[in-house]
Design a protein around this ligand. Structure first.
Ligand code: ADP
Ligand code: MG
Length: 274
């Protein structure tokens, strides 16, 4: 079942990922689907997202504060892109627009050749649920739930009670697999208060992957961590990107962290510096 009209390429993408197949099959189907889907859609072009002429201001009437003033960029499929800029330069604003969490004043955002900035809210929600994994500086874990339950939350919310119950076994298996991948296989029944900051962020990373997204959008994912925990989170992101065949876009104000990406986009005075 899909919220999206039959002509929508996202629907094809979703179905080729396998719908409610067990997590292990989902994983292998995903690798083949990305090869299958990228070819007919964008020949000789490896970008998975593209942005053109993006403007965004905050405020009303005479007190508008322009933040983004004509941003153009491409995100390469399977790449690790860092978006860097000073505090207040509009990095979070841009990432939120990429993730359809907010709308631009003007400009266009494409995901796999489909314009997404002006989609209906339900279709944007579908995208966020199925294609985008979102990670923030603060982990937004539910304190009364265990690590494993926190990772399962997106599936509970998306499926509703009966469908979730039907698929619970495969979701649990996938959640445990993800927690093992982020190095928390021994922390499944811990509550957030019993975890370190780095462990909480790694739980949030596992949660962002439970619905098998193709892109991870991370906003200062190490911003609240000491250097040791921050390095662990970066290693986790790098390893997962390769293992899960993900595209990663990470916002940071830290040159050192950005240097670990394979492409750096500088945001200066509301535009991409060239
Ligand atoms: P960065 O993530 O690079 O630090 P942000 O995108 O968070 O920058 O913010 C860019 C500018 O927009 C800042 O000056 C900030 O104060 C302002 N801003 C961000 N969000 C809002 C909002 N919801 N309302 C008003 N101003 C905002
Ligand atoms: Mg920010």
């Amino acid at each position: 079942m899909s919220d999206v009209a039959p002509s929508n390429p996202l629907r094809i993408d979703r179905e080729s990922k396998g719908g409610n197949m067990p997590a292990t099959e989902l994983h292998s189907a995903k690798s083949s689907s990305s090869k299958f889907n990228s070819a007919p859609l964008r020949i000789a072009d490896t970008s998975v997202m593209s942005v053109s002429g993006l403007f965004k201001s905050y405020g009303k009437g005479a007190v508008q504060v322009p933040v983004l003033k004509g941003v153009d960029l491409e995100i390469e499929e399977g790449g690790f892109t860092a978006i860097i800029g000073q505090s207040g330069s509009g990095k979070s604003t841009l990432l939120h627009l990429l993730g359809t969490l907010d709308a631009p004043d003007s400009g266009e955002i494409y995901f796999r050749d489909q314009r997404i900035d002006n989609l209906a809210p339900r279709q944007q929600e579908h995208l966020r649920n199925r294609e985008f994994g979102l990670i923030f500086q603060f982990y937004h874990l539910l304190p009364e739930l265990t690590t494993l339950e926190n990772v399962l939350i997106p599936r509970m919310v998306q499926d509703g009670f009966f469908r979730y119950l039907k698929n619970k076994r495969s979701y649990r298996k996938r959640a445990i697999e993800l927690l093992e991948m982020v190095g928390l296989g021994h922390r499944l029944t811990h509550k957030p208060s019993q975890l370190s900051g780095g462990e909480m962020q790694r739980t949030a990373i596992a949660r962002s992957l439970i619905s098998d997204p193709s892109i991870l959008l991370a906003d200062e994912p190490t911003g609240n961590l000491d250097s040791e925990n921050g390095a662990e989170v970066m290693e986790t992101l790098t390893a997962l990107r390769k293992h899960e065949n993900l595209t990663v876009v990470m916002v940071t104000h830290d040159d050192q962290l950005a240097s670990q990406a394979d492409r750096i986009i500088h945001l200066v005075n509301g535009v991409v510096a060239t």
